[in-house]
Design a protein around this ligand. Structure first.
Ligand SMILES: [Zn+2]
Length: 161
């Protein structure tokens, strides 16, 4: 699933990428519908601009929540997303690029020592070379959404028995 996210909602775009969704920021002008991309399958446009409603695009979600966490919850509810739609640790939150597994040998010295000692699986963004590990995507959020993502992260982090 792909999201085109209105420019001011950069925080939401980061959370969507954390969840593994392809999220691209773009400037949406309600008074210039000609500048909007054509509707595409499995692609949703996200904005908070109420004026966009009059464009009556079926692929458009006008969100109400002011904070990224609430916006993400809104997207999850309105699109009926479930755990199987989420793929944590698959995409860089900053670049939107798919992450690649990174050998643990190559991580030492590049993350805090306690992280290196605690974690077994690491991933790297091929563009910005940020390193991710299970749980790294949960920093900075709280509440229900964290609980939901935490469960997904744990499931993703445990090796098969
Ligand atoms: Zn990156």
């Amino acid at each position: 699933m792909k999201f085109l996210v209105d420019w001011p909602l950069g925080g939401l775009a980061k959370w969507l990428r954390f969840c593994g969704f392809d999220a691209t920021l773009m400037r949406l002008a309600p008074d210039k519908p000609g500048s909007w991309p054509p509707p595409r399958p499995r692609t949703h446009i996200l904005t908070r601009q109420a004026a966009c409603r009059r464009l009556k695009r079926p692929d458009l979600l006008v969100l109400a929540a002011a904070e990224p966490e609430g916006q993400l919850t809104e997207v999850v509810k309105r699109l009926g997303l479930s755990a199987r739609d989420f793929k944590p640790l698959s995409r860089c939150r900053h670049c939107n690029d798919p992450l690649a597994p990174l050998s643990r040998d190559l991580v030492q010295g590049r993350v805090a020592e306690y992280v290196f000692l605690q974690q077994r699986r690491f991933f790297e963004c091929p563009r910005c070379h940020r390193i991710y590990w299970p749980g790294s995507h949960l920093q900075g959020i709280t509440g229900t959404l964290r609980d939901q993502l935490d469960k997904l992260g744990d499931r993703d982090a445990d090796p098969p028995e």
